[in-house]
Design a protein around this ligand. Sequence first.
Ligand SMILES: C[S@@+](CC[C@H](N)C(=O)[O-])C[C@H]1O[C@@H](n2cnc3c(N)ncnc32)[C@H](O)[C@@H]1O
Length: 346
Amino acid sequence: MNEVLFTCQPDAEKLALSEMREHARHAAAFRWITAGVGLLAAEREFSYWSSAPMVYVRHVCPVDAHIPMAEGAAEQARRYILQTLGSPPYSTHTAESFAVQARTLGPLGGGTKGAALDAIDQALADVGVKRASGAPDWAISCAFTRDEIMLGISHVSQNKSPWAGGCRPFARSGELICRSEFKLLEAIEAFDICAPHGGRALDLGASPGGWTRVLRNSGMRVTAVDPAELDPRVAVDPLVEHIRTTGQRYLSDSSGAPFDIIVNDMKMDAELSADIMAQAAARLKPGADAVLTLKLPARDWQSRINAARNILAKSYVIRDIRQLFHNRCEVTCALTTHGAALPPDA
Ligand SMILES: C[S@@+](CC[C@H](N)C(=O)[O-])C[C@H]1O[C@@H](n2cnc3c(N)ncnc32)[C@H](O)[C@@H]1O
């Protein structure tokens, strides 16, 4: 059995656990460590989880060692890292970069966390591995609870998310129009969305303009559709055309050259939004990407997602549907139109 920690939004715990269990039918043990973080012992190899299709599970990291939170814990952690990285298979990878991804799960008792992290740093220095300055090759996952330190080492390509706990942080710039910007930035990164420089984007439900700003920062011209006002910082931009109408009306009344990307963050029922996106597919180039958030009601999340998925599948290749770190009561869909991709000026 291999132990893993998985994370999800606290209000998606039940759904995330059933996703994990669906992929690990012979799981031996399970417990919640804190809200949105579960520990599961399953028959699966760790590498299985990175490509397991799951909507609600944000991150999965390995747990290879449990060190009781007691005197000497820091020294035990140091010795564990020293021994593990000093032996095969890790000893052949010491030229690659390592990052320590530390998370505190629930309240801690004493000051062992700082001492343990210092000890792990010391072990890494002793082994002579490179510390990652940007994206690491390897992650040392350290989860601290009141009772124990859980340690695991994995290649970042095998982690569901390259970020500790799947929490993708973005620096808050002074120019931020709204926090929604983080949703699109995270989706572009997580789903490898193509927003080509010099291309044309359609932003449905664009107000106040956060996603429009993200697309403009990628060098795209944006048609922003929303009955509501745009923030003056994007409204005055000559490469933003604000059309003050609904998405439905825009799609039925307008025509013109196809877009390179369509994004849709309209606040409405998930099935209606999917219907509108299905209609919008005809306005996208072949092989072009679309990003859609599905707003979820208080209950029945899965049946609403399934209904929207069935609608979208008729017009798009559904690349992924996930509840990303910056999603609240919603999920993000990554879609691509059928056919081979064309360059932005085609
Ligand atoms: C969550 S906000 C979008 C935020 C936006 N993505 C941003 O980054 O600024 C939802 C928007 O959907 C718009 N909306 C709701 N129904 C719509 C419809 N039928 N057509 C167009 N926009 C709609 C609302 O006016 C609201 O501005």
